[in-house]
Structure formats: structure tokens, C-alpha cells
Design a protein around this ligand. Structure first.
Ligand SMILES: [Zn+2]
Length: 204
């Protein structure tokens, strides 16, 4: 469990990745921990010491806590269409790192991402267009695939991967706080891919 300050302090970012991988293994094996709600509420009502912060897509098939077998107080989660970042999310991550002591930041894309597919197709839809525009750099960076259409799953998955990397680049560029903490080795920012068919998370 990661509900205690001393555990959060002791663990390195790499050890947190291992804990997330173990939680994902339990999820995939249908072996989730039996967490008693009131016990956890009692433990967390005064303070929080989350181990990791995860930025994922809003997709209903990507329930972040469940995928990592995590409960109340264990993760900060940020969601957006296509896991794109904005100032509010980056500000939240700065709080997580600087104030709440979180050491691992994961930007997690997923297979079958509707936002990435829509961006590839050039879809325009109200305010969503603004989010989809943020996926364009990843599309431009994804070279060497024929055809470059949503029918080519290898191409789409490459764009999804590049999109998580692009979000990380943006976080590093926009946040002096996170950049400094990462350079000092206090935190780590990593990309991951969640497979919506197998339930497996691959860390890059
Ligand atoms: Zn998605």
C-alpha cells in the first residue's frame, strides 16, 4: 500500500514503476486486492501521499486506478481527450511533485484511441478541435508508414506512442519545476501504452 508518507519517501521512481507493473499484473489476472472502503477512507482522511500521477485519455475503457489495482489516495489522475496536456494539468502535476511528494509521472496512451483516430482524420468538432490540434505534432513526427490512414493499425499505434512522448516534451518544456526535479533525479516522467484488448500496460 502507498497510503503512508514513509513509504512514499523511501521508494524511488523506478520502484514505483515496478509497483504499477505488479498492480497491472493483478488487474490482468483478475486478482485485484480486496480493499475495504472504510478502512482506506480512515487512513486517508487527513492527508494524501500518492505514489504516482497518471495522465491518461478520457476513454471509458481506460479506468486508471483499476488498471493499476490502486485505490483512494494512491494515484493522482489527469484525463483529457488523447491524453493531451494543458496549463491546468501541468499545474496539477507541479503540485503533485512539489507539495504532495509524488515521484513518478506517467503519460499513458491506449490502443484504439478515438481522439488520435479523429486527429488523423482531421475531424473538427466544437471545442474538441482544440484538443485534436495538440495531437497534430505527433502525426507529423510519425514517418515511414504506408498508408497513413486509420486503417493502418501499426501507423495509428505509432502516432499514439509519439503523442504520449509529445505530451511529455510539452510538460518538460512548460514546467521549470518538473524539469528541474527530473534533472535532479527526484522525479521521473515516463510514457506508457495501455492495450484495451489485453488490459496490459507497457512502459516505454
Ligand atoms: Zn483515447
Amino acid at each position: 500500500m502507498s497510503l503512508h508518507k514513509n513509504i512514499q519517501e523511501i521508494l524511488t521512481p523506478d520502484q514505483v514503476i515496478e509497483l504499477l507493473k505488479k498492480g497491472n499484473e493483478r488487474f490482468v489476472n483478475d486478482d485485484l486486492r480486496n480493499v475495504k472502503t472504510h478502512h482506506v477512507l480512515e487512513l486517508t482522511k487527513e492527508a494524501q501521499y500518492p505514489l504516482a500521477a497518471v495522465l491518461a485519455c478520457m476513454d471509458s475503457r481506460v479506468p486508471v486506478e483499476r488498471i493499476f489495482d490502486k485505490t483512494i489516495g494512491e494515484l493522482f489522475t489527469f484525463r483529457s481527450p488523447g491524453n493531451v496536456v494543458n496549463k491546468d494539468i501541468i499545474g496539477g502535476m507541479e503540485y503533485a511533485a512539489k507539495v504532495a511528494g509524488t515521484k513518478l509521472f506517467v503519460v499513458m496512451g491506449h490502443t484504439g484511441c478515438g481522439a488520435v483516430n479523429a486527429a488523423i482524420k482531421g475531424t473538427k468538432l466544437g471545442n474538441l478541435t482544440h484538443s485534436l490540434d495538440k495531437i497534430k505534432p505527433a502525426i507529423e513526427q510519425t514517418k515511414g508508414f504506408v498508408p497513413k490512414t486509420v486503417k493502418n493499425i501499426k501507423y495509428v499505434n505509432a502516432v499514439i506512442d509519439n503523442n504520449t512522448l509529445h505530451s511529455i516534451e510539452t510538460i518538460r518544456k512548460e514546467s521549470e519545476i518538473l524539469r528541474d526535479m527530473e534533472e535532479k533525479g527526484e522525479i521521473k516522467i515516463v510514457a506508457a501504452m495501455y492495450n484495451i484488448a489485453t488490459g496490459i500496460v507497457i512502459f516505454h
